[in-house]
Design a protein around this ligand. Structure first.
Ligand code: FDA
Length: 285
């Protein structure tokens, strides 16, 4: 499916395209709409040193390209693409030159959070990169019981956080299972981040989460330059426009690349209505 010619029509709502050129053209369009971007080069877990090094080199080239385009664009990476399943050291060595280069270009590497088995090692690498360069952002998932403690530590280290609800299937031993519990924890963590965090990112399409963040911001007189909202490319475009029109910073997570299938399926699974939406669009075109 990933190489089928009809795939582009299917995925274009959520994925910028297959090439860096298509990604850059989406970033430039967003820039004209006053929206920032973070680049995600699609891929999943790798198991060999060669594949991990290839991901590093691809991202170094992306950073070069994005750095030239300017516009405050960041990059988002998944550590399993950089060899985290092989070893923490291999992964750290692959991520290091990328964060160094991001610093040189005045931008940031946003380190996505994957399934719970990787959280400890991901946070170790985030801390090491922060200590060395400072140009990283960590991701915290509100569905994990441990996240309040992690948010506390990251705020203490001055590491910016992107707070999301969490996208993986996690067992009850480690994660809240009910939406209402996840939402309650999300709100609790938003409060901590806005009070003590460094340039936090509120990453959600849930109007209630956005409204709660704005309530805290207004009550505490927090200026729009001190935080940002983040959303996924193609999701809740109405809410995206409203946030920008109200004068707040919005950054979209814009994926591209050939390996779109798992990302695309996660987006469909989050909201089965998307399947109908896409089917209607396919028929209309
Ligand atoms: P929720 O799932 O409760 O949805 C609220 C509303 O948003 C829905 O009612 C619907 O209107 C809309 N919506 C949500 N998903 C939709 C979809 N797919 N299609 C259409 N509408 C949809 N996760 C993770 O585990 N690690 C990570 O590193 C990241 N990184 C990340 C970056 C950014 C910028 C975002 C926005 C999200 C992530 N995520 C993530 C994903 C996140 O954990 C979560 O799975 C999704 O954002 C959906 O959760 P919401 O907060 O949107 O709320």
């Amino acid at each position: 499916m990933e190489t089928s010619p009809t795939a582009d029509r299917l995925t274009s709502r959520f994925v910028a395209g297959r090439s860096i050129e298509q990604e850059i053209s989406v970033i430039e369009r967003l820039k004209r709409e006053n929206v920032l971007a973070t680049v995600d080069y699609l891929g999943e877990n790798v198991h060999s040193l060669e594949e991990a090094a290839a991901t590093r080199d691809t991202y170094l080239a992306i950073l070069d390209r994005v750095g030239r385009a300017g516009a405050g664009t960041t990059i988002s990476i998944k550590l399993t693409q950089f060899g985290l399943s092989i070893s923490t050291d291999v992964c750290r060595d692959n991520v290091d030159p990328l964060v160094a280069k991001a610093k040189e270009l005045g931008t940031r590497v946003e380190i996505d959070m994957e399934s719970s088995e990787y959280v400890d090692r991901t946070l170790q690498i985030v801390s090491a990169m922060q200590a060395r360069y400072g140009s990283v952002r960590s991701v915290i998932q509100a569905y994990l019981y441990r996240s309040e403690k992690d948010v506390d530590c990251l705020c203490g280290e001055g590491i910016p956080i992107r707070l999301c609800k969490g996208a993986y299937k996690e067992p009850a031993e480690v994660a809240f299972q009910k939406k209402v519990e996840v939402d309650r924890n999300y709100v609790r963590l938003v409060h901590i981040m806005l009070e003590r965090g460094t340039y936090p990112a509120i990453a959600s399409h849930d109007e209630k989460m956005v409204a709660e963040a704005l309530r805290v911001v207004k009550a505490q007189g927090i200026g729009p330059e001190r935080f940002e909202f983040q959303m996924l490319y193609g999701i809740r475009r109405d809410l995206q426009q409203k946030i920008v029109a109200d004068g707040y910073t919005l950054r979209l997570y814009v994926p591209y690349g050939d390996a779109w299938y798992p990302y695309f399926m996660r987006r469909l699974a989050e909201r089965p209505a998307n399947v109908m939406f896409l089917a209607r669009n396919m028929l209309r075109r």
